[in-house]
Design a protein around this ligand. Structure first.
Ligand code: GLN
Length: 471
C-alpha cells in the first residue's frame, strides 16, 4: 500500500488503484492484527460502500481533499449512531446523537472512517491497560504496552490498519503512544480543533490530534479539522494555516534545549539519540540555545490535581439516569447512582474522581486546586518567556521506551511519571509533536518532542519534517 496520502491520491487520480482496494487492504490488516486489540468496532460494510461511492466521485472529478484516506477514530469521539464506549463499561451501550465536528470535517472531505479504536477508560492512562475492553499490545513487541491513552489509535497506524488515526491528548495521550509505537503524533494548540463531540475528561486540557507515519499526512488532516466551530466556544478564531503546503521549507530556526530535562530518569539511549539530532541540527545551521523553564518540575503535580478536579466534575453526568448502563439492583435513587457508578467505572477512573473531589473540597480547595492553578500560570509564563528567545523547544517525549505489560500497573505514581515531558504543554496549551528518531538496543522506537509557540503548528511540523528527513 502507499506510504502517504499524496502517493495514494496520485495513484487514485491516475486510475492505478481504487479506494475499494485501499479499504480492503486495511480491513485485511485489521483482521491479521486482531490479537493487538486495537479496535473496539470496525465499520466493514459501511466502509466498503463508501469506498465505491468515493471511487465514483474520483471518476467524476468531484472528490474531496481526503478522498480515500482511511482513518480510525479513538472511541472517545462521537459518530452518530455508532456506539461510543470511551473504553468504559458504563457506556457500553451508548449511541450518540451527533458526530464530532473534527470527524465530520474529515468525512465531508471524503475520508473513510474505518472504525473506533480502543483506549484507556475515559482517556485516563499511559499504557492502555485501563480499558474495560482489554489491553492493547504494542505491534513492535507484543509483550509491551503501546502507550496510552490513545493506544489503539497509535497501534492502528503503526500496524498498517489505517493511514491516519485520531487520538486525544490531555497530558500526552497522542505523543506518548506515538513515541512508543514509532510514529508521528501531534497535539495542536489548545482550541485549534473543536472539541464538540469529544467526551470531556479535563476540558481545559483536552485536544484532538492526528497520528500518522509522516508529517505530510498529519499536516493535511490538521488543516481539514482545524478552525473555529460554533459548537465549541473554546475553539479558536485564529486563521487556519495552509499546513499541508508549508512544512517543507527549511528555515534556520532557533531551537531551545532545557538541560535539566536530560538529567537523571531519562533512558540513556534516548538522551544519546536526541543529542545526536541536536548536533546534526547545529551543524546544519540551526541555532541551538540552552534555556530554562524553572517551573516545569511541578508539571506532573499540577496536572494531576487540575485534571482530576475537572474529571470529577465532568464524569458526574454518568449517574445511571441519563447515559449508558444502570445498575440492575437498587432500593432508592441514591443507591441507583452509587451502584451504577460502582459497577460502571474501573479502578483508575474511581481513583481520579476521588482525588479530584478531594482537591476541590472546601477544606482543601486553596491548598491544592487554587495553588495548582497558580503553578499552571507560572508554567505558561516560563514558555512565554522562553519563546521570546527561541522558536521551538526540543525535549524527549517519554523517559523510557515501551515498557512491559503489567510492569507499572501496581504503582499509579510510577505510571504518572511517564507523562513528565508531555503534561507541561497541556498545562500551557502550546502545540507539541512527537516524531520517531530511531530505536534503542532492544529495537524499541525512540521519540523526540518538539514544542512550539501558540498556534505555530507550521514551525513545529517544519522542524519535525526536517529531522525525519535529515537526521
Ligand atoms: N497519561 C495521562 C493521564 O493518564 C494523559 C492522558 C491523556 O492525555 N488523555 O492523565
Amino acid at each position: 500500500m502507499y506510504n502517504d496520502y499524496s502517493a495514494l491520491r496520485s495513484g487514485l487520480d491516475a486510475g492505478k488503484t481504487s479506494v475499494l482496494e485501499a479499504v480492503k487492504y486495511y480491513l485485511d490488516n485489521i483482521k491479521k492484527g486482531k490479537h493487538l486489540n486495537a479496535f473496539l468496532s470496525v465499520f466493514e460494510e459501511e466502509s466498503l460502500a463508501r469506498a465505491a461511492e468515493i471511487d465514483l466521485k474520483l471518476k467524476n472529478k468531484s472528490a474531496g481533499k481526503l478522498a480515500g484516506m482511511v482513518i480510525a477514530v479513538k472511541d472517545v469521539l462521537s459518530i452518530k449512531s455508532r456506539t461510543l464506549t470511551c473504553g468504559s463499561k458504563i457506556l457500553q451501550n451508548f449511541e450518540p446523537l451527533y458526530t464530532a465536528t473534527a470527524v465530520k470535517r474529515l468525512i465531508d472531505e471524503d475520508a473513510i472512517i474505518i472504525g473506533k479504536t480502543n483506549c484507556d477508560e475515559f482517556a485516563m492512562g499511559s499504557s492502555n491497560e485501563n480499558s474495560a475492553y482489554g489491553i492493547v499490545k504494542n505491534p513492535v513487541d507484543n509483550t509491551r504496552v503501546p502507550g496510552g491513552s490513545s493506544g489503539g489509535s497509535a497501534v492502528a497506524v503503526a500496524a498498517g490498519m489505517c493511514m491516519v488515526s485520531l487520538g486525544t491528548d490531555t497530558g500526552g495521550s497522542i505523543r506518548q503512544p506515538a513515541a512508543l509505537c514509532g510514529i508521528v503524533g501531534l497535539k495542536p494548540t489548545y482550541g485549534r480543533i473543536s472539541r464538540k463531540g469529544l467526551t470531556a475528561f479535563a476540558s481545559s486540557f483536552d485536544c484532538i490530534g492526528p497520528f500518522a507515519k509522516n508529517i505530510a499526512d498529519a499536516a493535511l488532516v490538521l488543516e481539514v479539522m482545524a478552525g473555529h466551530d460554533n459548537g465549541d466556544s473554546t475553539s479558536a478564531e485564529n486563521d487556519v494555516n495552509d499546513y499541508s503546503h508549508n512544512f517543507e521549507f527549511r528555515d534556520k530556526l532557533t531551537i531551545g534545549i532545557v538541560p535539566d530535562l536530560f538529567e537523571e530518569g531519562l533512558q540513556d539511549e534516548i538522551r544519546l539519540q536526541i543529542k545526536e539530532v541536536i548536533k546534526k541540527l547545529a551543524s546544519d545551521g540551526f541555532v541551538i540555545k540552552n534555556i530554562s523553564l524553572p517551573n516545569l518540575k511541578y508539571s506532573i503535580q499540577a496536572y494531576y490535581i487540575l485534571t482530576t478536579a475537572e474529571a470529577s466534575s465532568n464524569l458526574a453526568r454518568y449517574d445511571g439516569a441519563r447515559y449508558g448502563v444502570r445498575a440492575s439492583s437498587y432500593n432508592d435513587l441514591e443507591e441507583m447512582y452509587v451502584n451504577s457508578r460502582t459497577e460502571g467505572f474501573g479502578a483508575e477512573v474511581k481513583r481520579r474522581i476521588m482525588l479530584g473531589t478531594y482537591v476541590l473540597s472546601a477544606g482543601y480547595y486553596d491548598a491544592y486546586y487554587r495553588k495548582a492553578q497558580k503553578v499552571r500560570r507560572l508554567i505558561k509564563n516560563d514558555f512565554v518567556k522562553a519563546f521570546k528567545d527561541v522558536d521551538l523547544i526540543i525535549t524527549p517525549t517519554t523517559p523510557t521506551t515501551a515498557f512491559k505489560i503489567g510492569e507499572k500497573t501496581d504503582d499509579p505514581l510510577e505510571m504518572y511519571l511517564n507523562d513528565v515531558y508531555t503534561t507541561s504543554s497541556n498545562l500551557s496549551g502550546n502545540p507539541a509533536l512527537s516524531i520517531p528518531i530511531g530505536f534503542d538496543n532492544e529495537k524499541l522506537p525512540v521519540g523526540l518532542q518538539i514544542i512550539g509557540r501558540d498556534f505555530d503548528e507550521v514551525s513545529v511540523l517544519k522542524l519535525g519534517n526536517y529531522i525525519m528527513r535529515n537526521c
